[in-house]
Design a binder for this molecule. Structure first.
Ligand code: SAH
Length: 434
């Protein structure tokens, strides 16, 4: 597999000053500590349940989990109720980094039925696996699930609505484009669809070879720097015919359907995200397939994305802290897209009647409610001036609510057991309970 996170780098990894981007847990330890406290508050509010599975999806360097565990450690009965920490990670190199941080450089990574395992500095079993579906899921478990900057890394499909017009015969679904080529539909199928052909159609944006001389013009890269990037090999173009994806993905939700009749509408859909979210909701609240008498556990999703609208044109490539074409140097550029939080919320609610969803709310507001100011001040107390200043700068950066500040662009979404809307989680307007 030639994925970005699974690439072999000669030096370091993709995170931090030397890597391609820097994330909140790497900016300040307070970030992970407050998330740890969020789960402690949920555990208390739910009557201190046993059989806790602490699950992180996409843990990067492991910093977030390390900081969370440091905060949770102060609540002994909760630590004792943790059966294991599950790290859902696709990259073997990052698994090793996470192991070094959580279990120590000398600790061995042992084979485990679903992946690998070691024992943390706090004596808790840590288990790595590639997909959340391998993490044990039985009705008595209490899953506490965190995903920070995970959903933005999942693939998306992009579509544009095109008007049906007599001079654009391609707008009629007489043929569909599949990986094996364009297939003509049988005449009966075309006849059946002829009424549909008068209404706008979704067209998928597909990757195609770029014409010679194509440049990185669409990006915010200054002219003078564009030549630093290799010539564009690929670009996104609108498929000339329907694709299997364009026929069914945009029909999945009323939100997409409402835009179809406005030609030129763009939407991005991440079906993988919906599948992941359905799994998360099912673990907490049960589902038609897996009943759970008493919903338990919680999930906290933090990422950048839209508040209400469906993301458009958000697929981006980042390399060395700069924006590049998402289609350049496949496998070497970090690809991400805005997270459709309402889409995630709908996927959770559709899967499980046992859950409630709160948010999305801006990260700045969430962290302030969680007490970031107080915790950072406590951390800075008695520290040399320079250190105290850097602690101050770091937490301010996390809550910065300027137009492109992390406090505004990043959002938080919580999935908790259904309570008829009577109990708001901490950080989302609720109080500490229990
Ligand atoms: N949460 C970390 C890292 C974010 S980067 C932080 O905030 O610093 C995204 C992480 O998700 C990486 O650890 C990457 O290896 C992992 N990842 C990406 N796609 C994945 C997938 N399909 N399955 C499991 N892990 C994945």
């Amino acid at each position: 597999m030639g994925g970005y996170y699974t690439q072999a780098r000669t030096e370091g990894d993709v995170f931090g000053q030397k890597g391609d981007f820097i994330t909140s847990p790497e900016i300040s330890q307070v970030f992970g500590e407050l998330i740890g406290i969020w789960f402690v508050a949920e555990w208390m509010a739910q009557g201190r349940p046993k059989a806790i599975e602490l699950i992180e999806i996409g843990p990067g360097r492991g910093t977030l989990m390390d900081d969370m565990l440091r905060a949770i450690r102060n609540f002994k009965p909760m630590v004792n109720a943790i059966e294991a920490v599950y790290m859902v990670e696709a990259s073997p190199a990052l698994v090793k980094k996470q192991k070094n941080l959580l279990c120590g450089e000398d600790a061995e990574l042992n084979e485990h039925g679903i992946g690998h395992t070691c024992t943390s500095k706090h004596g808790i079993p840590i288990v790595w696996t590639e997909n959340i579906r391998f993490v044990p899921s039985t009705p008595e478990k209490t899953p506490f699930i965190v995903a920070h900057e995970f959903f933005d890394a999942l693939p998306i499909h992009a579509f544009e609505s095109v008007a049906a017009s007599p001079d654009e015969p391609a707008a009629q679904p007489i043929s569909i484009q599949t990986p094996t080529g364009v297939h003509q539909l049988a005449p009966e199928a075309v006849a059946k669809k002829s009424s549909a052909a008068k209404t706008p159609q979704w067209r998928e944006l597909v990757v195609s070879p770029a014409p010679p001389g194509a440049t990185h013009e669409d990006m915010k890269t200054p002219m003078s720097e564009r030549e630093l990037y290799p010539p564009l090999e690929f670009e996104l173009t609108r498929a000339k015919a329907s694709t299997p994806h364009s026929l069914y993905l945009p029909e999945m939700s009323e939100r997409y359907k409402a835009l179809k009749n406005t030609p030129g509408s763009l939407i991005e859909i991440s079906p993988e995200s919906h599948v992941y979210m359905a799994q998360i909701a099912e673990r907490i609240g049960g589902s038609a397939q897996q009943s759970k008498e008493k919903p338990k556990g919680a999930a906290l999703i933090l990422d950048y994305g839209t508040h209400e609208t469906i993301p458009i044109n958000s697929l981006r490539g980042i390399k060395n802290h700069r924006r590049v074409s998402p289609l350049s140097e496949p496998g070497l550029v970090d690809l991400s897209a805005d997270v459709d939080f309402i889409g995630l919320a709908q996927a959770a609610l559709k899967t499980s009647e046992g859950v409630e969803v709160y948010g999305p709310i801006e990260q700045g507001g969430f962290l302030l409610q969680m007490g970031i100011k107080e915790r950072a001040e406590q951390l800075a107390r008695g520290k040399p001036q320079e250190k105290a200043k850097s602690i101050e700068g770091a937490w301010q950066r996390l809550i910065d609510r300027g137009p492109s500040g992390m406090g505004k662009v990043y959002k938080a979404l919580a999935v908790v057991p259904e309570s008829g809307g009577r109990r708001r989680p901490v950080g989302f307007g609720g109080d500490i309970q229990g």
